[in-house]
Ligand binder design. Structure first.
Ligand code: G
Ligand code: G
Ligand code: MN
Ligand code: NA
Length: 254
């Protein structure tokens, strides 16, 4: 309860920050975008990660205003990237279950895209399998609406749900993100290697892009590249970092 009360205050007092983790195109080795990951600068506890407060925010309903803040901040970022050297960058934002199933998301997105004149194709929304499956009909309708606007949709943590394949059948999406649980043991576990390779092939056969999460070693990177995985994200390339640092990293590439 203490943390919950403190969270509402944190939003009012602007203690949240978006960190960015680069996403790398494997064929070229270049940064093609980033995933936005929320951080909380607690005045006494220091930096608090989302694993500690997102579940509380979900339960208390704070996730709605917090999620709106994240989208607003992401829109500002995309608008500020309309400058040479940054204009190609895509930004991926995580959506919580409540955000997906609430009525406010689409009007809020429409307002943001319009106000900031953002190319919707540069905004990607990540939805976990479990969030989408809480209300498959509603999720399906939401994804249709998002994609009709040109916004990209990715399935997060792909393969960890109970019905990953049904998800592919039910929902119109653009990309899947292979969960890091599968990537972790690619080198040591032949089953994981087969699962990852087959998942990439399956996604491509369906016309979907693939991002591998949690890439930590050169061997994993080589494997994924050999299997035609499109993009990767993980500590091998970079940890989530403040916006200015990310922008400097992108600029230093060219
Ligand atoms: O950043 P970190 O590596 O600790 O992220 C942990 C989890 O928190 C991830 O599963 C991520 O999806 C989730 N998360 C991070 N930022 C956000 C956000 O802005 N909204 C939601 N709903 N989840 C987030
Ligand atoms: O939304 P999602 O659950 O995918 O959030 C990504 C989470 O994974 C964040 O908490 C991020 O800090 C973490 N992460 C990103 N790259 C790596 C990695 O290479 N290894 C591990 N163990 N975690 C990572
Ligand atoms: Mn994610
Ligand atoms: Na994930």
């Amino acid at each position: 309860l203490l943390l919950e009360n403190r969270l509402w205050q944190a939003l009012e007092q602007n203690e949240f920050e978006l960190y960015l983790q680069p996403q790398i195109e494997l064929a070229s080795g270049r940064i093609i975008g980033a995933e936005a990951l929320l951080r909380w600068h607690h005045p006494e506890l220091g930096m608090v990660g989302p694993d500690r407060f997102i579940p509380i925010a979900e339960e208390s309903g704070l996730i709605l205003p917090l999620g709106d803040w994240v989208l607003q901040r992401a829109s500002h970022l995309l608008a500020s990237w309309r400058t040479p050297g940054l204009e190609h960058l895509r930004l991926a934002v995580n959506l919580s279950a409540r955000q997906c199933h609430g009525a406010g998301l689409l009007p809020h997105l429409d307002r943001l895209l319009d106000t900031h004149g953002i190319d919707p194709a540069l905004l990607e929304l990540e939805i976990t399998e479990s969030a989408a499956m809480q209300d498959p009909e509603r999720s399906r309708a939401l994804l249709v609406e998002l994609r009709s606007r040109g916004i990209k949709v990715a399935i997060d943590d792909f393969g960890t749900g109970y019905s990953s394949l049904s998800y592919l059948k039910l929902f119109e999406i653009d990309r899947i993100k292979i969960d890091r649980g599968f990537v972790k043991d690619i080198e040591s576990d032949p089953n994981d290697a087969v699962i990852v390779a087959a998942t990439i092939a399956l996604a491509h056969s369906l016309g979907l892009g693939v991002v591998a999460e949690g890439v930590e070693t050169q061997a994993q990177r080589s494997f994924l590249r050999a299997k035609q995985c499109d993009e990767a994200q993980g500590y091998l390339f970079a940890r989530p970092m403040p916006v200015a640092q990310f922008e400097a990293m992108v600029r230093s590439e060219s």
